[in-house]
Every structure is written in C-alpha cells, then in structure tokens.
Unconditional design. Structure first.
Length: 299
C-alpha cells in the first residue's frame, strides 16, 4: 500500500508540477477502483447524521461534527485535545498506515475541516479529499448505500502533532500591527463580509483583519452543484493573484475556522506553507482592541 501510494504521489508531481501534492486529492474514478482495497478508509463527514442515513458511499464510516470540533471559551469549531481527536479517528478504523478519503456535507467544507484536523495531528499526508464529493459520485451514477457498514476494528493512530498548522490570536495580532513580507493573511469569507458591509461575530463587528487579502473559497470550485476543484494551474493563479508566492507562508481565517479550512487545504495541496487561524473572527471580535478595517483594500 505504501509503495503504491508513494508512486502515485510521484506521478502526480510529474503531471502537475513538483509543488502540487496531487495525492491529497483523489477522483471518483480512483475511489471506485480502490473502494475495497485493504487500508483504504472512507469517511463521510457531516453535521447532520441523517444525510449519512439518506445515502453514502458504500463502506463509508460516519464522522459527525461534534467528534472533531469543540467550543472553547465561547469560540465555536475549536480543536479538541490531540489525544481525544486521535482516539475518535481511531474508532473509524484509521491507523498510521491507513489511506483516508474524506467527503461530506456540500460543498466540501466539513471534509476540508476534517482534513485540516488530521493534518494537525500529523496525518495529512495519508489523507485526501474526494474531488467533487458525494455530489459528483451520485451524478456519475455510482452506487450509494443506506446501510451502515460493520464497526471497524479500531486503528492505532499515533499523534505527530504539527503545532505550526495553527496560528494563535497573539501571533495574528502582531501580524496585523506589523506586516511581515513572508506572510500572507487570507480572509476566506464572502467579499461583503471582508469589506465590512455585514457585521459578523459575537459581538458583531464589521470588517477584516488589517493586512488580510480576500480569497473567497467558492472561487476555487468549478461548480457549486458539483463541487470539484478547478485545475491546479487555475488554483495557482487564484492564489498568486492574492499575493501567494514561493517562500511566503499563508495564514487563512474566516468566521469560525471552517471556510478557512478549505483554503488551508488548497494551500497545502499547491505546496505552500500554511496555517489556520482557528479562532478567526469569532475569537477576534471578543477582544475590542483587536483592530478591523473596512473597504476593499487590505489596510
């Protein structure tokens, strides 16, 4: 399994360019051919378990939102303790050698958040998103099931924590005060939220973190109905237009760390160094002295 996976990653580098980590994204064709392969664990990620009961990819295991997020000091969608996360992923049959394929609630945000969580635990390299998700799988006439598979044997998932994947309030506040030429802050919310036309957070405040550039996450999708990603060259251009370049770290944020997870995934997929400000605006607004600016310019 490991050798084949490495070979696949190497082939992807030849096809898409050395920076694109193509093994982080699999097609429906690949999954259909490998669905019953030993070591492949397919996970349906959702806030609402009824979506899983209504039809899922055969053999997929259910991961609900509350099993990999928590509320901390009033801030939603925070990371639970690493050992707790590892235990919950292990229950799905995920171990150190598993090849994990994630899909879930449209248009892919839940799966992206789960991938970020695995990447934080040190297992992002062995996990991938299903390009186009269940929507593309269904559109192609592939089978779905309403039967829950037998409980898997628990896996053994070793925590290899990557704290560099998570940015803190203190570090982002320093960045807002003193920009760093080798760091790019991306606000992944809708443009009207970025510009400050629609207050957000608790308490609600309008605007974006000083220095942040807007990269609205749906712009990476070829279609909202079938949420497959645009080709790598187009994704690269999207990021470069926002100011991304080799050697410049990308920090993503949004309202509560969910939309930003998808842009974080894409940054990693394209080979950029990336981190997620997990508290995002939900945490930022709890501190009145955390500055926000309005308008379409970063500052």
């Amino acid at each position: 399994m490991t050798g084949a996976w490495v070979a696949l990653a190497a082939l992807g580098s030849l096809v898409f360019g050395e920076d694109v980590r193509s093994h982080l994204l699999v097609s429906t064709e690949w999954l259909a051919a490998n669905l019953n392969r030993p070591g492949v664990v397919v996970v349906h990620v959702t806030r609402d378990p009824s979506t899983y009961a209504g039809g899922h990819i055969p053999g997929a295991h259910l991961l609900t939102w509350d099993h990999f997020t928590t509320v901390r000091e009033g801030v939603p969608n925070e990371l639970p303790p690493p050992d707790e996360l590892a235990e919950r992923f292990s229950r799905l049959g995920i171990g150190d050698d598993s090849r994990v394929i994630l899909y879930g609630d449209p248009p892919g945000l839940a799966a992206a958040r789960a991938w970020f969580t695995l990447d934080y635990l040190g297992h992002g390299e062995r996990a991938a998103l299903l390009d186009g998700g269940l929507e593309k799988w269904r559109a192609e006439g592939r089978p779905v099931s309403q039967q829950e598979p037998p409980p898997p044997a628990p896996g053994k998932l070793t925590v290899r924590l990557r704290p560099e994947a998570v940015e803190t309030l203190a570090r982002v506040r320093r960045l807002a005060e003193i920009p760093h030429p080798h760091v790019l802050l991306l606000d992944t919310r809708p443009p009207q939220d970025y510009r400050g036309e629609k207050p957000a957070g608790d308490p609600p405040r309008a605007g974006h973190i000083p220095g942040a550039v807007n990269l609205y996450w749906p712009d990476a999708l070829a279609s909202r109905e079938i949420p497959a990603f645009k080709p790598p060259a187009q994704l690269r251009q999207l990021f470069e237009n926002a100011g991304a370049r080799r050697g410049r770290k990308i920090i993503t944020y949004c309202g509560s760390g969910v939309q930003a997870s998808l842009v974080y995934f894409l940054a990693r997929y394209l080979g950029y160094e990336a981190a997620l400000y997990d508290g995002s605006i939900s945490e930022w607004n709890r501190y009145p002295d955390s500055p926000l600016v309005t308008g379409s310019s970063p500052r």
